[in-house]
Ligand binder design. Sequence first.
Ligand code: NAD
Length: 492
Amino acid sequence: MTTDYQMLIGGEWRSGTSKERLPSTNPFDREVWATIQQASPEDVEQAISTAREAFEGEWKHTNGLERARLMHRLAELLEADADRMARLETTDNGKVIRETSNQMRFAARNYRFFAGYADKLYGEVIPLDNPTIFDYTAREPLGVVALITAWNSPMGLLANKLAPALAAGNAVVVKPSEQASATTLEFGRFVEEAGFPAGVVNIVTGDGRVGEALTTTPAVDKISFTGSAQVGSIIAGNASKNLVPVTLELGGKSPNIVFADADLDQAVPGALAGIFASTGQTCIAGSRLLVESPVYDEVVSLIAERAQAIRLGNPIDPATEMGPAANETQYQRILEYIETGIDEGARVVTGGEPARDGELKNGFFISPTVFADVDNHSTIAQEEIFGPVLSIIPFEDEEQAIRIANDTMYGLASGLWTNDLSRAHRISRQVDAGTVWVNTYRTAAAQAPFGGMKQSGYGRERGAHALQEYVRIKNVMIDFGAEARDPFSIRT
Ligand code: NAD
């Protein structure tokens, strides 16, 4: 029996007016297990206008303490139901349960972090040259914000946006990916149960047409998007026509750099975490492994050995280390990139083909794939594959490592393995990436800002910096001097 999910609009669960449905397929067995609504442009319009009503009504007057209380309650509900939510997300996008379980708890942590800011959105008192003018700033909510997410970590990506948006007092319309909408919709139940006023959080579902309806309208005050650079660029173009501001969290081709002085017992698992965790379907995948020549051969063989030992299987099984690609399109895309890598002359060290043994036979499984001696200008080193495909590239010295690291259009994350403290600082400052990990990889914190440089996007999520994306700054000047002014000269 399949579940037929509805959408949350204005505090009511509704079917779409178009009656069109999209299937949700479990990537482990290719069974359709649920359907979602394809929202019509009218549904989207309705969601935006109920969000506007909610914002202008009760929500605008809800103080920070109350917003914080609601957000803590939301976190509590997610924590209490984390295991079920993790199973649901694993069924929907094939991420291994050990990852989705952690992600649910990390999402809850983010709601708690931003709840702490809800009653601390201070302005500043600014001393001016003119002593009779009292100047202060206020941080105000923007109004109605459209939040659009990708399929790879629906609940994690949503928390990155929704938590600061609610803390700042905005109302939202959420659109999850059509490939994995279930947990976002279930989360809507927690929003209701926590006691948010109807219409503050609306959830519409469907494919890119729904995203387009949300991002081509002047009726939203802000768009926050997580997805590919290609769609990010379309959204920025559409939004610019209405001068709607946009935050973009896009793809990456992140370099993970191993120096000869590194502790390889740490660096090798770090490299594996970078590319094979979540089947490589993470924006921060360390998909280019740059290795200094004295340890190059040793690292290539250690990585190959460890990659071959990765346990593929049903992602719902806690023992499974790597699950399937999340959907058929992604599966085909990854296989095409592998073909391209082979055609372009990279050396396949391990993997390079679908994995079909035993219980894997119906899923979108691909063996962990390692290419060595990759030219950084080749397609597999430049384009985001979003799959379990690692490109290993040798380098001779620091200068060359930095040059290769920065030689892509992306700038999301980077890793650096060395025991030389000065080098760690030197390189951290020279790599074009929003995140630099030194002797660690794929480490996240609610407090630390995350986001891209170059075509990995702009704006920041998590940490105090994220709040800035969801407020507008107002400056107020109050003249308490009694003198009449010269109307024909600017007052300073
Ligand atoms: P995608 O760009 O195809 O889709 C993302 C979202 O945009 C979906 O909800 C989709 O329905 C919607 N969309 C599609 N066309 C649209 C249009 N014309 N207008 C408005 N919305 C539209 O990305 P994806 O395949 O879902 O996700 C994978 C990508 O997301 C990768 O590039 C990955 O690196 C990136 N990502 C980035 C981060 C980050 O934080 N930087 C995190 C996770 C994923």
